[in-house]
Design a protein around this ligand. Structure first.
Ligand SMILES: Cc1cc2nc3c(=O)[nH]c(=O)nc-3n(C[C@H](O)[C@H](O)[C@H](O)COP(=O)(O)O)c2cc1C
Length: 356
């Protein structure tokens, strides 16, 4: 083992984490029409805090009632009952000594319009992913290119959701800029072919993210965290790199670093994978371009991989291992031989079955 960082504290702004392990954001699709997750899904999050994770992310919370939702049964934090439902969950996570961070997203062209009350699909440009929607088996609808009014309106949804999360007591807010959802769609030339000030150059494609971050920052008290998640892949057309070159990716990271954010969370399929034809992985490329704390996720499943990933990052996030093994932090601490879970095994996340 190269170093022993995983179970050491890390300070991020005014918070000191007891270790470097966080629960990655994971959508569970458990909410009924009230957009409030099932109690067992809340309990699952609290249990992860009790069992040693130092950060617990929520699932991706949908930012409006119009076009933001990408999957059935997603949650919102926009109404008083929704806020009130999260309050005891956040408190319980904090009581266990972990940070509670709300991730919020707008899915843009990945919308399944039927699950959005306004039956709309909007995106930077009227271009669909090439692959069909795996959940419906039919092509994604051609999205409407967002007008300037739409842009302002969508930003307002991020702001309202952030306000809801602050009211619910969350320690931090994450803006989901990864996985081919709306913010990522603006950043990437693959989905953004606008000719106005929101498209074209890297700076123009970055403008929407900038406006979201700035607007959200205004409503977040100084003692809370603001994080951005980024990836160069999307859940549709997975094989496509959403940025063309390492230079383009690093230019974006430099732009993010000028914002009032406290960390960048880098999402990969496989943390070690070298990217953009370079001999560096995504965490290394991110680290080179920013002084901000870096979180890394993707294929971290045991102590060796976690310590290894920390060579180029400050915090590791786990999705599947923490989803499927409630004792994962303890097992990692004990340096147990652990298996890497397959994506299909994680589908249990979407069933009504309570997870341990
Ligand atoms: C069931 C499930 C739901 C997920 N939902 C989200 C989500 O809401 N937001 C997000 O940013 N990533 C989501 N992801 C991706 C994970 O956060 C993580 O990046 C991915 O699982 C890779 O990490 P792993 O190899 O540790 O599983 C989800 C993953 C799984 C397995």
């Amino acid at each position: 083992m190269t170093q022993e960082k995983l179970f050491t504290p890390f300070t991020i702004k005014n918070f000191t984490l007891k270790n470097r392990i966080g629960v990655a954001p994971m959508t569970r699709m458990s909410a009924a029409a009230d957009s409030i997750p099932r109690q067992d899904v809340f309990d699952f999050l609290i249990r992860r805090a009790k069992k040693g994770a130092s950060i617990v992310y929520t699932e991706a919370i949908v930012t409006d009632y119009e076009s933001a939702q990408g999957y059935p049964g997603q949650a919102r934090i926009l109404t008083q009952p929704q806020i009130d439902a999260w309050k005891p969950v956040v408190k319980a996570i904090q009581k266990e000594g972990a940070l509670a961070i709300m991730q919020m997203f707008h899915c843009g062209r990945m919308a399944w319009p039927e699950v959005n009350p306004a039956n709309r699909s909007i995106a930077p440009s009227p271009i669909t992913p090439k692959q069909d929607n795996p959940m419906t088996g039919v092509p994604y609808p051609v999205p409407e290119a967002m007008s300037l009014f739409d842009i302002e309106h969508v930003i307002a949804g991020f702001v309202e959701t952030a306000k809801g999360a602050i009211e619910a007591g969350f320690d931090g807010i994450e803006i989901h800029g990864a996985h081919g959802y709306l913010i990522n769609q603006f950043l990437s030339p693959y989905s953004n072919q606008r000719s106005d000030e929101y498209g074209g150059s890297v700076e123009n494609r970055y403008r929407f993210a900038h406006e979201v971050i700035q607007a959200v920052h205004q409503v977040i008290p100084d003692d809370r965290l603001l994080v951005v998640r980024i990836s160069n892949w999307g859940v549709a057309d997975m094989e496509v790199s959403l940025f063309d070159t390492k230079e383009e990716y690093q230019e974006l990271i430099k732009l993010f670093s000028k914002e009032p954010i406290d960390a960048i969370s880098v999402s990969t399929y496989e943390y070690q994978q070298k990217t953009f034809g370079s001999n560096k992985n995504m965490a290394q490329l991110t680290r080179e371009a920013t002084d901000l704390p870096v979180m890394i996720c993707g294929g971290i499943y045991d102590r060796v991989s976690a310590e290894d990933a920390l060579q180029d990052a400050d915090i590791v996030l786990s999705g599947k291992s923490l989803l499927l093994n409630s004792n994962w932090v303890e097992d990692v601490w004990a340096d147990k031989a652990l298996n890497r879970y397959k994506s299909e095994e994680a589908d249990i996340a979407y069933t009504a079955e309570p997870l341990p």
